[in-house]
Design a binder for this molecule. Structure first.
Ligand SMILES: [Zn+2]
Length: 111
């Protein structure tokens, strides 16, 4: 038996968690929390504007994503890559990486 609160395991004859006072369950439900998603770097984009376009395309395909602008871009709040060296790194969950890459292959310039 398992406690749904503290995830402790108990013997079969125990019905209530000694620590939490809640009813035990025979199996814990499979939980997938966002924290368990493994994020991988998909692209380094030459501007935050590209990153926003890419994120929108991924959103439309139901692929989670986020991007991180580099220090100069975010520190000065400048968008559109007008600052020298500004760029953004796009991250997607590892299982979606192939799909995301295929989706964005036409949009992103390859060096
Ligand atoms: Zn407990």
């Amino acid at each position: 038996m398992f406690c749904p609160e503290c995830k402790s395991e108990y013997k079969e004859e125990v019905a209530v968690c000694a620590d939490c006072g809640v009813s035990l369950v025979s199996a814990l439900p499979e939980e997938v929390t966002p924290e368990e998603v493994k994020w991988v770097k998909l692209y380094e984009l030459s501007s935050q504007l590209y990153a926003e376009m890419a994120k929108e395309a991924l959103d439309n395909a139901d692929i989670m994503s986020y991007f991180k602008a580099d220090f100069f871009t975010s520190a000065y709040g400048v968008k559109g890559g007008t600052v020298l060296g500004s760029r953004a790194t796009l991250y997607v969950p590892e299982p979606d990486m192939e799909r995301a890459r295929a989706l964005l292959t036409d949009m992103v310039d390859h060096d």
